[in-house]
Design a protein around this ligand. Structure first.
Ligand code: DGL
Length: 361
């Protein structure tokens, strides 16, 4: 770099200093943004209605991921965003096969050093189920945030854009690392394990009624006040990387005058597990109990859950689970108990081992 001519040496040294100063200034001026991939699956957040006042009776899953991203230019201020259209469906049509495809894609992306977090846009009807499935199979501590909307993108005060913005900034935030799969809607941060949809249509439909939300997003910042105590993501014992199919597990609903027909029908259809969403603390009606005992005798694993929604399903409370060799769902609702039992059955049929899993995740 040094020249024989002193003047040229001075110019070369000044040019070197200027380049180094500029580089330093650039680094201090604009912090590097995290790389967040948005995986779009459909739902209302990608929905459209006939008019701006259509908040019910619209069509879900019509707007593509690039248009969702283009509709929120502010995303570029909080992350380097890329998008993939994994599916384009209303989430009532989500299947086990969709979950396996999505989870495998998430794990491939998160294993890449150039991906710092993932946002999944999703219909709200089964959002809590997809979020919990991912909570049990994602093999990374990097943030995964599942987001939906209660109003279509064409509606007045659509909630999708702000929900998407909040979800991307959450997925880009160091605070979200290691917190498990999160659901970010209505300015709230919820845990995939405990969040549930409690209203058919209002903006605050996603709640964690008794165990509580994890925090808030306010002023483009996440604020955590608690964290999930049960194992998730990188701590999971479940591996879906080689799975093409999940074991069939079905749910029978408890109510006054219920009979054995549903249990018998699911068993005839090949169920390997039955979730009994019983009344109260998972009570077994006299007309259903023999069918569940017979199902277990044929090899199905029976899990007692509750239709109530909150509280611990007590082992040996409303039934002698030790004697019946049944499993209890702890605080998981029936639709989430189904997910954990499906994954448990990919590893074991031991009810002792499966009960441990229900007390672990
Ligand atoms: N069909 C419902 C779904 O895709 C619409 C509800 C929503 O996404 O908010 O889940």
């Amino acid at each position: 770099m040094l020249h024989k001519n002193p003047a040229q040496s001075m110019i070369a040294l000044f040019a070197l200093w200027f380049c180094m100063a500029s580089a330093t200034q650039a680094e201090t001026a604009a912090p590097k943004l995290a790389n967040v991939t948005i995986l779009a699956t459909g739902g209302t957040i990608a929905g459209s209605g006939a008019s701006s006042t259509t908040t019910v009776g619209y069509t879900a899953a019509t707007v593509g991921v690039q248009r969702l991203i283009a509709a929120v230019p502010e995303l570029a201020k909080v992350a380097n965003v890329s998008g993939e259209q994994v599916f384009q469906i209303a989430s009532e049509n989500m299947t086990n096969e969709h979950w396996l495809t999505l989870a495998k894609r998430v794990n491939v992306l998160l294993a890449q050093s150039n991906v710092d977090g993932i946002v999944i846009t999703h219909g709200t009807d089964t959002l809590e189920e997809t979020a919990y499935f991912l909570n049990l199979v994602v093999k990374s501590r990097k943030p995964v945030v599942v987001v939906g909307a209660m109003r279509p993108s064409t509606a007045i005060s659509a909630d999708g854009p702000i929900n998407l913005y909040n979800s991307v900034l959450l997925a880009a935030s160091p605070e979200a690392v290691g917190k498990g799969v999160l659901v970010a809607m209505n300015d709230q941060i919820q845990s995939a394990r405990d969040v549930t949809k409690v209203n058919t249509s209002t903006l605050d439909s996603f709640r964690t009624p008794e165990l509580g939300l994890l925090g808030y997003i306010q002023g483009s910042k996440p604020f955590f006040y608690r964290q999930q105590m049960r194992k998730h993501t990188s701590e999971t014992e479940f591996d879906i990387s080689a799975l093409q199919v999940l074991p069939q597990v079905d749910i029978v609903y408890g109510y006054a005058n219920v009979g054995p027909v549903a249990v018998d029908a699911f068993m005839a259809a090949g169920a390997k597990g039955i979730i009994h969403a019983g009344v109260g603390d998972g009570s077994l009606a006299n007309k259903v109990k023999p069918a569940l005992v017979a199902a277990h005798a044929k090899g199905a694993v029976v899990v007692r859950a509750s239709r109530v929604g909150q509280g611990i399903l007590a082992r040996n409370g409303e039934a002698n689970d030790d004697e019946l060799d049944f499993v209890v769902a702890d605080t998981l609702n029936a639709q989430k108990a189904r997910i954990l039992l499906m994954l448990a059955l990919t590893k074991t049929t031991s009810t002792k081992e499966i009960q441990r899993m229900f007390y672990t995740y």
